[in-house]
Design a protein around this ligand. Structure first.
Ligand SMILES: *Cc1c(COP(=O)(O)O)cnc(C)c1O
Length: 388
């Protein structure tokens, strides 16, 4: 098997008008962060997300950082986030000197647990002089950041109802889920602000890039201001406050416009890949395949399974190694952030569902250009490893 073809987890596919649009930027020298492709990319992402406004950023992390500032998060405040996520949203809370409050995942669809959110807001917090205060820490809770992980929406209505009652805004981290829907509504349009990423491994990519979307004109204007060094007077270079250089370039936006033209085809392909994995692996004892909630239209960004070692006799990391030997790339889900060396003060916290997902999960190859033959080889290798 040493000569077997390598099957990657997920690689970008660039096969549309990317070259044509980038060439146009280079030929006309519109290469910087002002240009028609930036405007088009913003308009088209706003349309996909179902929002009034969109502001392109250098990456999704920058969009999240700005979103936190728009929500009024200040040093010493708290922001509610799931522990089972890529680390970026949590880091942006730290950039401001604020503190994450980690909540667990629900076991069915692996998203932020709405019951945990509700009980924290109702029982763990109280209103004092118009501020929402965490009873344990005495700190002000400013926002909640649900993360639609792996292409699947969170149970937004339950989370939003609790947040509304508590008087805090919902900022969606929709970076992994462009094109997904919740009760028919696109992710990105559910909260007060939402963020997308166009990093190389996302459903569409600009190499690196991000977008902040909102219906709120004031937020949109302020996001534009903060992402361009808070410049008040472009002639005299007068800056009203400390801003950031967070804007996306026209060259990268050109790639984004071309990628967006392919988004529907990519989502269709992701769903086909998910269906084939579900059909082939769904009935194996000890294997749980990624599901779609009745309320949801998932884009199945990274197709993921759980392996219960007590039933299969093979753990997720052992399966990862065996598949690696067969030149098939797979990956566990993220270390839950409350166990991360970057957040040592949270290590005593116990969030059992997030921890179990980290132990048992394995994401399988699911590039949109994966062939049926390649996928069959992945499936065969999993079946033969688990039956040994
Ligand atoms: C990819 C990702 C981000 C950050 O996006 P970048 O563009 O890489 O900065 C944020 N949150 C989650 C959950 C992500 O998966």
């Amino acid at each position: 098997m040493a000569s077997a073809e390598f099957i990657p987890l997920s690689t970008p596919v660039v096969r549309g008008n990317e070259w044509t649009y980038v060439k146009e930027c280079l030929d006309t020298a519109w290469v910087s962060s002002v240009g028609s492709y930036v405007n088009r990319f913003e308009e088209q992402v706003a349309q996909r997300a179902g929002t009034e406004h969109a502001i392109a950023t250098v990456n999704g992390t920058a969009a999240l950082h700005i979103a936190m500032l728009l929500a009024g998060v200040r040093p010493g405040d708290e922001v509610i986030v799931p522990a089972m996520t890529f680390i970026a949203p949590v880091n942006t809370i730290r950039y401001i000197g604020a503190h994450p409050v980690f909540v667990d995942s629900e076991p069915e669809y692996w998203q932020m647990d709405p019951a945990a959110v509700t009980s924290f807001l109702e029982d763990g917090c109280e209103q004092r002089d118009g501020e929402l205060i965490n009873r344990n820490t005495g700190r002000e809770v400013k926002a909640i950041v649900p993360v639609h992980i792996l292409g699947h929406p969170v149970d937004h209505d339950t989370i939003a109802a609790a947040a509304n009652k508590a008087g805090i805004p919902v900022i969606e981290d929709a970076t992994e889920s462009l094109g997904a829907r919740y009760k028919g509504r696109p992710v990105g349009s559910l909260g007060e602000i939402a963020c997308f990423s166009f990093n190389g491994n996302k459903i569409i990519t600009t190499g690196g890039g991000g977008m902040l979307v909102t219906d709120n004109a004031h937020h949109a204007e302020r996001a534009r201001y903060l992402t361009t060094q808070a410049k008040d007077d472009p002639l005299e270079y007068i800056h009203g406050e400390v801003g950031y250089n967070y804007r996306l370039t026209n060259v990268l936006a050109a790639i984004g416009v071309a990628q967006l033209e392919q988004l529907d085809a990519y989502i269709t392909r992701k769903r086909e890949i998910a269906k084939r994995y579900r059909d082939a692996l769904g009935a194996i004892p000890g294997v749980t395949v990624m599901k779609q909630a009745p309320r949801a239209e998932s884009i199945f960004w990274l197709f993921t399974i759980l392996i219960d070692e007590e039933i299969t006799g093979v753990g997720s990391r052992e399966l990862l190694r065996r598949l690696g030997d067969a030149r098939i790339q797979t990956r566990p889900l993220w270390q839950p952030i409350h166990k991360s060396p970057a957040y040592p003060e949270y290590h005593d916290l116990s969030l059992p569902v997030a921890e179990r997902l980290n132990r048992q999960a394995l994401s399988l190859p699911c590039s949109v250009n994966l062939t049926d033959q390649q996928q069959d080889r992945v499936i065969q290798e999993i079946l033969s490893t688990l039956s040994r």
